[in-house]
Design a protein around this ligand. Structure first.
Ligand code: NAD
Length: 501
């Protein structure tokens, strides 16, 4: 076949695919896409724009109701079962490739929809989905002895119901699809309403490519307009075997009350303790890089710093030298009034602070304006001295403003860190070269992630060893979720035979 003819054929196939509503990035292989598929902008491998408004629903995983989605996902689970490990591998490859390839477009779409965080970091979070483990993570365990061979295999549940946060909608669902499907399951998402459109766009694109490559339909489904009702319907549906919840305290509580097994990636409020043995330059750089990432939206992000009095001034000087801007006490208080709302405690008790959503995930310049100060646009992070009871310390504020609290002793630093973590058992960070301080804090805080001498992100394999997931199961204890998290362990026993020695 001549090159001209080949090009012509490719163009024709691409045109046909696009009319059928399929993606046009891989036209060489004819698509079995159903003729009923909507033909609008799909957000597929070649996402065009965010405003493809009405046509997301239909095939390719986007459904009006939880029940429709669960039924389709159950069917997909059976399809995947019949196609074996090779199909799981293909799904893993497709999700990782598309997340990276579409990182800029999807990052922008998510940023425009949610209006929180930083565009560069929204993109970065999608570029690293390749660090999520996959099919190869699942290795059976074997016991071999005088009485034969016993094999324990990690097998799927079926349909997993997954709830995703507003703070990283597409990254969380992408990582979830890799982990859940690598283990042989299918998944139905109930996304956060304020980040649901971008989530549906990505789900649709993944399904298009997965269908084209494996003929499996709807392996990852999503409810187009998520609500509390759709959450309840998803949890109740008999096909939903397992829940994965990534979000704050309310949804964790709601999931645990459903009666279904729930893997809960809950809230955090990670403290940092800095002692007088560490390298303060390194500590300052790590703190900025962790707390400034995506304007401190990450559950693992540094939220408050306790520092030994004798090195506090030096640490703050290093923070200033490395791109952070210090607010004075008046500016901190002005910002506090804007960034929190206060409700009177019952019976005249202490006022309770809650974060003002208008400031969550906003740029330092926006916070600085509320504090009444102009800052360079390159500013990564704001910081200011507070006491340990301040709302910026006690609340999971998700803003690029770090409260710095002086402590007199190592014991006080660890005790205050523990108190401010609120027993979420999520993440804590220490900057120290003293093995005893490190060990004491690790034991006292008892967190799922404990990072020493690096930014919080190092706990997810970014600059530290390990692997990535945006769902860190804290209250329920599964840790950094991976394919094994979504499996049932089944044992197969051969008595007296098959041992070859
Ligand atoms: P959120 O709790 O407001 O929403 C999370 C999800 O839960 C959304 O899909 C939302 O629609 C749903 N939801 C909320 N309340 C619900 C209820 N009562 N019943 C049913 N569904 C409900 O959180 P967010 O602002 O989207 O995300 C930030 C929170 O998530 C922070 O607390 C952060 O620490 C946490 N988070 C944790 C992890 C982790 O891996 N542990 C990862 C990301 C975010």
């Amino acid at each position: 076949m001549s090159a001209v003819n080949e090009t012509l054929i490719r163009d024709v196939v691409a045109e046909v695919l696009s009319r059928l509503g399929g993606s046009t990035t891989s036209p060489a292989k004819p698509s079995p896409a159903p003729a009923t598929a909507p033909k609008a902008d799909t957000g597929g491998c070649g996402v065009k724009k965010a405003s493809a408004a009405p046509a997301l629903r239909g095939k390719f995983g986007v459904f009006a109701t939880a029940d429709e989605a669960c039924e389709a996902a159950q069917e997909a689970f059976l399809q995947l079962k019949s196609k074996g490990i090779a199909a799981r591998r293909k799904i893993e490859e497709i999700v990782k490739t598309l997340a990276e390839k579409n990182a800029e477009t999807w990052g922008k779409i998510e940023f425009e929809e949610t209006k929180i965080g930083r565009l560069d970091h929204k993109i970065a979070k999608l570029q690293i989905i390749k660090l999520v483990p996959g099919v190869d993570w699942l290795r059976p365990d074997a016991r071999s002895g005088d009485h034969g061979i016993t094999l324990e295999e990690y097998t799927p549940f079926g349909v997993v119901g997954a709830i995703t946060p507003s703070t990283h909608s597409i990254p969380t669902l992408s990582g979830n699809i890799v982990n859940i499907c690598a283990a042989g399951n299918s998944v139905v998402f109930n996304a956060h309403p304020s980040a649901a459109r971008c989530a549906a766009l990505a789900v649709r694109a993944y399904n298009e490519a997965i269908y084209r490559e494996t003929s499996i339909e709807n392996i990852a489904c999503i409810i187009e307009k998520p609500s509390l009702d759709s959450f309840n319907a998803l949890c109740k549906n008999e096909n939903t075997r397992l829940l994965l919840v990534t979000g704050g305290p309310m949804v964790v509580k709601a999931a645990m009350q459903t009666g279904k097994r729930a893997i809960c990636a809950g809230p955090g409020n990670p403290p940092v303790f800095v002692d007088d043995t560490c390298c303060l330059t390194r500590a300052a750089r790590a703190i900025i890089s962790g707390a400034a990432f995506d304007n401190n939206l990450l559950c693992i992000g540094e939220k408050q710093v306790f520092v030994l009095d004798q090195v506090a001034d030096k640490l703050m000087q290093k923070l200033s030298e490395n791109g952070a801007v210090k607010l004075n006490s008046g500016q901190v208080e002005k910002l506090t009034k804007a960034a929190f709302t206060f409700k009177e405690g019952q019976g005249g008790g202490c006022a309770h602070a809650s974060t003002n959503k208008d400031y969550i995930g906003k740029d330092p310049a926006v916070l600085a304006q509320a504090a009444g100060v102009n800052i360079p646009t390159s500013t990564q992070l704001l910081f200011g001295e507070t006491d340990a009871t301040h709302p910026f310390v006690q609340e999971e504020q998700m803003m690029p403003m770090l409260p710095i609290v002086r402590v007199k002793t190592v014991e006080e630093g660890i005790e205050r860190s523990l108190q401010s973590e609120h027993n979420y058992k999520h993440t804590a960070i220490i900057h120290s070269h003293d093995v005893e301080n490190i060990t004491t804090m690790a034991r006292a805080l008892d967190t799922t992630l404990f990072v020493k001498n690096g930014p919080s992100a190092a706990g997810l394999g970014l600059g530290g060893e390990g692997y990535l997931s945006f769902s860190i199961a804290t209250p329920t204890g599964e840790g950094i979720t991976n394919p094994r998290t979504f499996t049932r362990v089944r044992r197969c026993v051969m008595v007296d035979n098959l041992r070859i020695y």
